[in-house]
Each structure stands twice: as structure tokens, then as C-alpha cells.
Design a protein around this ligand. Structure first.
Ligand code: ZN
Length: 234
């Protein structure tokens, strides 16, 4: 089996893979992705705290409304007593006053807790916004560097791809398909020479005697461990 063409192809393809890896493993890409995720998360925190503040404000307004009705309620009670100062009315007014005073102490408690909530909410909101701005900055900076890297490498990658497509035309179809299948799984180099007479040049796994016999007879075998095509160097 003539392997010159596929090996020449592989040599160029490995150069292409090297460029692809520079992009895939770019630290700036990872940093940008991380910053983006954090930014989204912080945005949610900011939104939640704003919702909480809105709820708090609504509750405050509700309490304010209730407090405003108190004086008219007290006026009503006074009127009842003005009409007739009977035991019955005194009892009624007394019950009402007890109810109002227990409502008031509940409100007092809620109001007491409010400023702390407001402080906490606005602190959390401010912190989330500050960190969010910093994450956006980190994202923009790393994205800029990543884009610059891509701009630099992509023309070269395209060049290799064009060259490889040209080279692939002269390669035996079966060999090329086997190469492509390994390439797809990123098992590269896909074609390796045998080393020490019986080991895979890729994963270094020792091959069986039967496999080596087949290698000597046919010129290539598939590695029993990593699936690479092992060839006999001429
Ligand atoms: Zn192997």
C-alpha cells in the first residue's frame, strides 16, 4: 500500500490542527466565557434585588395606607362613645382599641425590620452592579484578544484547508476515509510507524504477534488500543 500521499497530507493536516488547537485552547476564550457566565449571574442578582426592593416599597405603601386610616377609625370610636356611654359601647370600643393596638404593634415590628432589609438589598444590588461592570470589562478585553488571535490564524487555517482539499484528490479513497474517521475523533497523527518492531507509534501499546505478522504481510494494521493505523516504515 502506497502511503506517501496520505502521509504528506497528514503532515499538512497536523499543521492545521496545531492552529486549530491554538484557538480551541485559547486562555482568552475560556476567560471570556467565564466572565460572560458570571456577568449573566450578577445581572440576575441585580434584577432580583430590584424586584425585592419593589416588593418592599409596595409593603411600605400598604402599611402607610393602613396607618393613615387609623385616625378616622379612632374618630369613629369616639363618635360611638359620644352617642351613648353605655357599658355595651365601652366594651365594643375597648375590643376595637385592643385590635388596633395589636395591629399597630405588628406594623411597628415590620417597620423596624424594613431599614435593615433596604440596606441589605441596596448593598447587594450595588455590589452586583460593581462586579458586573468588572466582569463586562474582563469579557470585552479577553474577547478582543481572542478575536485578534482568530483574525490572525483564520486566514492561515483557510489556506491549509484549501491545500488539503487539493491534496486529498490524489489519495486512495479507503485510506482517506480511515484517516477522516480518526481525524474526526481527534486521534492524531492517525497514521504512525511501528516502533521497537511491535509497538504502536502513537500510544506505544505492544501489538500481538498475529497483528505484527499481519503488519509485515500487508504493510498496515489498526492499533488494538487506539485505532491508529500503524504502518511499516520502508
Ligand atoms: Zn495505538
Amino acid at each position: 500500500m502506497k502511503l506517501d500521499k496520505i502521509l504528506a497530507y497528514q503532515e499538512q493536516d497536523l499543521e492545521l490542527r496545531r492552529l486549530e488547537l491554538k484557538i480551541e485552547k485559547s486562555k482568552d476564550f475560556a476567560i471570556a466565557e467565564q466572565a460572560k457566565a458570571k456577568f449573566i449571574n450578577l445581572g440576575n442578582i441585580a434584577k432580583n434585588t430590584e424586584n425585592n426592593a419593589a416588593v418592599l416599597y409596595k409593603n411600605y405603601k400598604k402599611l402607610e395606607g393602613y396607618v393613615n386610616t387609623l385616625s378616622s377609625k379612632i374618630d369613629e370610636l369616639a363618635k360611638v362613645l359620644e352617642m351613648e356611654l353605655s357599658d355595651d359601647n365601652l366594651q365594643k370600643v375597648g375590643d376595637q382599641i385592643n385590635k388596633l393596638s395589636s395591629n399597630l404593634s405588628a406594623i411597628e415590628k415590620e417597620i423596624y425590620n424594613m431599614p435593615q432589609n433596604i440596606d441589605e438589598i441596596s448593598r447587594t444590588n450595588e455590589e452586583a452592579r460593581k462586579q458586573g461592570a468588572s466582569m463586562r470589562h474582563t469579557f470585552n478585553e479577553s474577547k478582543k484578544r481572542f478575536d485578534a488571535l482568530k483574525d490572525e490564524l483564520e486566514p492561515k487555517i483557510d489556506e491549509y484547508k484549501k491545500k488539503l482539499s487539493e491534496m486529498s484528490k490524489g489519495i486512495e479513497k479507503d485510506l482517506f476515509l480511515r484517516y477522516q474517521s480518526l481525524r474526526k475523533d481527534k486521534v492524531l497523527p492517525a497514521f504512525v510507524s511501528v516502533i521497537d518492531g511491535n509497538r504502536c507509534g502513537g500510544c506505544r501499546m505492544e501489538q500481538s504477534m498475529a497483528a505484527i505478522a499481519k503488519l509485515k504481510q500487508k504493510g498496515t494494521i489498526e492499533c488494538e488500543s487506539c485505532r491508529r493505523i500503524i504502518y511499516l516504515e520502508e
